[in-house]
Ligand binder design. Sequence first.
Ligand SMILES: Nc1ncnc2c1ncn2[C@@H]1O[C@H](COP(=O)(O)OP(=O)(O)O)[C@@H](O)[C@H]1O
Ligand SMILES: [Mg+2]
Length: 305
Amino acid sequence: MLGRRRAHRPARPTPAVPAAAVAPAGCADPTGSGPADPTGAADPTGSSDAGAFAVPAAPAAPGHPALELHGVSRSYGGRRALDSVDLLLPRGRFLAVMGRSGSGKSTMLNCAAGLDRPTEGTVTIGGTNVAALGERDRTRLRRDRVGFVFQELNLLPALSVRENVALPLLLAEEHGRNRTRERDPLRCADRALALVGLEERAEARPAQLSGGQRQRVAVARALVTAPAVVLADEPTGALDPVTAHEVLDLLRRTVTAHGPAVLMVTHDPAAAAAADRTVFLAAGRITATLEHPSPAEVLRELARW
Ligand SMILES: Nc1ncnc2c1ncn2[C@@H]1O[C@H](COP(=O)(O)OP(=O)(O)O)[C@@H](O)[C@H]1O
Ligand SMILES: [Mg+2]
């Protein structure tokens, strides 16, 4: 399919949602049998297309995009690392971000994750304005609604694969969540491992797995809270091409009507071509957008820099 360059439309502003709307997440469900969310919040996307990789909708704020950046800028010492970025990412969409070193990709991911505060503009995750939250609610929003897959995997070597995947839920319990049978962290971890095809390796230590399997564990860990959005920073950067393809395919299949949105930073045109849309950053600004580009079209855009 031919890629299509298009002009940028500013995203619409989204009102702040009170912190109370940040409801606890359910856990990933390989059967697609519905949200484990105790609040029973509806999935605005409907219930069709529940494939093997379906993950229940994250609770709260139905109808809102998974992620929205509106006029987001971030300056360091008067220099803009990110400059008036607008981005609208509905659930079930896969967005790739490309750009040279220093173009602002990590700054964008950090702002999108609520790890960094924009100097200007607003970031909303699942309809919740991140800036409207206090530190504690922001941490909770990040933990419950955002999954992270980074190149350096941060798997804990002393824990089993199952325990590593369960970690975000175990940490949530530490902070006073109630355990239910449905949301038991280790059961949720097993479901997430089934999503990535590693249920057989739940007892293994990370060191006993291949690089690609470890990256799939990292994807399972990112999915275990049924987040609104998964942020991935070079998730295939350290993998051989075949394994990278498997991980991309996994991310691609994760993005279903029920699943999270995925925002992935990558240097690899083949990885970008797996996304629904690729945006190009230069000096903190989005300079081009391609819809469903082929690797060749991505390369052509890169050559313009
Ligand atoms: N914490 C920081 N303090 C000062 N400057 C920073 C900081 N983080 C990033 N920058 C600067 O912002 C720009 C964008 O950086 P970054 O977002 O890391 O780019 P990329 O991820 O695309 O390589 C760079 O010029 C970088 O030096
Ligand atoms: Mg970076």
